[in-house]
Design a protein around this ligand. Structure first.
Ligand SMILES: [Zn+2]
Length: 340
């Protein structure tokens, strides 16, 4: 029987055969394939979600292996993009579902194109701005989404259903200034990302089978053993720009919320995303850059180190990640100097 592989979750009454049939026909998109995203995608693909789109903008690094469960030392050594490494692994786990890797940043130019048409959006990002952007797309198009975040030994998650629950902006009305605590400044433990990612995947599966989701914003600390449930059912902000006024500031090019030069979440990395889309010629670029430093490449990215401290990772669409600095002005200078 073809459904044999799902027998144990079909024996669970609230899912059953009917729920499994829904899962097999569902479409889910996971934004960010770091610690949370890899856990989420692993569960969804094993559960049989028919179409799983995975989106990430970065490559696998050795410091990811402690918690990003789909990747191996070989993926890091080969500088594979996370989505390519994840697709390879996920296809081995379940060859019967469609796994669609998208090597891209999610920004206002492509967010609707990348996220609309899915039954659920799951947050595997590491930054507030992308979450507000996901929230705008979700509210505008009526797509439920699951928020999750983890840093240090703490994590939290909530399920946002447009028209029913408060939205992410109701819960977090102020866009945090600066970077705050991030996994690159205070670290992160693998058991907490595993747990939060698992809760997110469970909420997504509940949404897909039409079951009741968690009405709380849950907060956990895996080291100090605390578990806090905040009932958010009355948490609507009567003046919420997103779910009340339907003003989608994070999708609005004229809004002051837009930035071209995004400093990534506390990572000593700046991303430069040129407004004009291009198709970068890797061999030509490699030829040119070889004179100024070390160049490595694969079909997905070109990695260039002009000195010991700085590494620039070029992608085919012209996007560049500059590792080793956090000042956007300095990053712009490197970009201008080496982008030709
Ligand atoms: Zn709201």
């Amino acid at each position: 029987m073809a459904l044999e592989r799902y027998s144990r979750q079909m024996l669970f009454k609230p899912i059953g055969e009917e729920g499994q049939a829904k899962i097999l026909q569902s479409r889910a998109v996971v934004v960010g394939m770091g610690a949370l995203g890899t856990v989420v995608a692993n569960h969804l693909v094993r559960a049989g979600v028919g179409h799983v789109r995975i989106i990430d903008r970065d490559i696998v690094e050795h410091s990811n292996l402690q918690r990003q469960i789909l990747y191996t030392e070989e993926d890091a050594a080969r500088n594979l993009p996370k989505v390519i490494a994840a697709e390879k692994r996920l296809k081995k786990i379940n060859s019967e579902v469609l796994i669609e890797p998208i090597l891209s940043d999610v920004n206002l130019d492509n967010a609707e194109e990348l996220l609309v048409g899915f039954d659920v959006i799951i947050d595997g990002t590491d930054n507030f701005l992308t979450r507000y952007l996901i929230n705008d797309v979700a509210i505008k198009h009526g797509i439920p989404w699951v928020y999750g975040g983890a840093v240090s030994s703490r994590g939290m998650f909530a399920t946002i259903i447009p028209g029913k629950t408060p939205c992410y902006r109701c819960l977090f009305p102020q866009v945090p200034q600066g970077l705050g605590d991030t996994c690159d400044t205070i670290g992160v433990l693998s058991p907490i990302t595993d747990i939060i990612g698992s809760f997110e995947a469970m909420e997504a599966l509940k949404l897909l089978v039409g079951a009741e989701t968690n009405p709380n914003l849950d907060q956990l600390d895996i080291w100090y053993n605390s578990f806090l449930q905040m009932d958010i059912s009355e948490g609507h902000d009567p003046n919420c720009p997103a779910c009340v006024k339907h003003e989608y500031e994070f999708l609005d090019r004229t809004s002051d919320k837009q930035i071209v030069f995004t400093s990534l979440c506390g990572r000593d990395t700046v991303q430069i995303n040129p407004r004009q889309k291009i198709r970068l010629d890797f061999s030509e670029t490699a030829e040119r850059l070889k004179k100024s430093g070390k160049v490595e490449m694969n079909p997905y990215m070109l990695r260039f180190s002009p000195n010991e401290d700085i590494t620039m990772v070029f992608f085919l669409d012209g996007r560049v990640l500059i590792h080793g600095l956090s000042d956007p002005v300095q990053a712009k200078n490197y970009y201008a100097k080496y982008n030709g």
